[in-house]
Design a protein around this ligand. Sequence first.
Ligand SMILES: NC(=O)c1ccc[n+]([C@@H]2O[C@H](COP(=O)([O-])OP(=O)(O)OC[C@H]3O[C@@H](n4cnc5c(N)ncnc54)[C@H](O)[C@@H]3O)[C@@H](O)[C@H]2O)c1
Length: 310
Amino acid sequence: MKYLITGGAGFIGSHLVSNIIDSAEKIIVIDNLITGNMSNIDEFKKNKNFEFVKHDIQYHFDPKENIDYVIHLASCASPVAYSENPINTLKSGSIGTINALGIARKYNSKFLLTSTSEVYGDPKESPQSESYWGNVNPVGPRSMYDESKRFAEAATQAYITEYSVNASIVRIFNTYGPNMQLDDGRVVTNFIVQALGNEDITIYGNGQQTRSFSYIEDTVSGLLKALYYKKPDIFNIGNDNEITILELAKIILKLTNSKSKIVNNPLPKDDPMQRRPDLTKSQSILGYKTQIDLEEGLVKTINWVKQTRG
Ligand SMILES: NC(=O)c1ccc[n+]([C@@H]2O[C@H](COP(=O)([O-])OP(=O)(O)OC[C@H]3O[C@@H](n4cnc5c(N)ncnc54)[C@H](O)[C@@H]3O)[C@@H](O)[C@H]2O)c1
């Protein structure tokens, strides 16, 4: 099978490549490296079935060969990256998604859109099921990301309806693990880096906001199940173990034996207060099941951060 992966040099993309490289006939990664890193995919370059193309999916791309699966990950994904690159983020989610869908249409490929739990915004119901429409501020500080993904979902739905493209939409909930950027403001790596350096752990607000963290291997297994699912559909993928940010900080302090103190910073505008996926649909239709609990995943991530920073 031949795969085209946009954004494949990033955190999730590099793990996807690692999972399928041995069985794939060919993998083409296209990435503009705005937040991705060649070091994430260097190890794959020796494989003759792996090709890297430096390209921005905002511009037309034609692989000029049959592609069985198009996986569209390309987008800034962290608050730091999308706030610094708002137009780029909006164009990746809109024009970039249309371009990626165009490839799937031309080559009759199965298409996977990696959307996000951010489409639910600051949710008014919990857990969030796929049928919930969300509560998003269209002009708020996170809007370039949330709305680009909402557009991407609408575009995917339109290609399903008008062109019969076989596409799945996956709404990924907070995922963490090796190959994340250490300085992009995502909470797990932030806390680990602060704890290992015995620096203050900075919590936004009182830390009572909740998140549900999924280890990368579980998220990737869900993405692949949705990719190989035969029909167009939409799935939450993540872990439904919901904890407060304060609890997360305390667990990381314990696992790192850190002397860091917890300090409170102001809560950013529109920061969601609650995040927990309803996984009923992905469990019953895809047979999705998480395997790695939070402490186990955090230990693996802490060890990787230690190795990376030397
Ligand atoms: N990690 C998470 O917790 C999470 C949660 C929800 C959704 N997602 C989605 O999963 C996808 C991957 O996220 P990630 O965490 O691996 O982030 P990442 O920043 O590590 O990876 C994104 C990749 O896309 C590339 N990219 C961005 N814009 C591009 C463009 N216009 N053309 C080509 N390449 C481009 C970047 O260089 C990077 O390699 C994103 O679409 C993100 O929105 C991630």
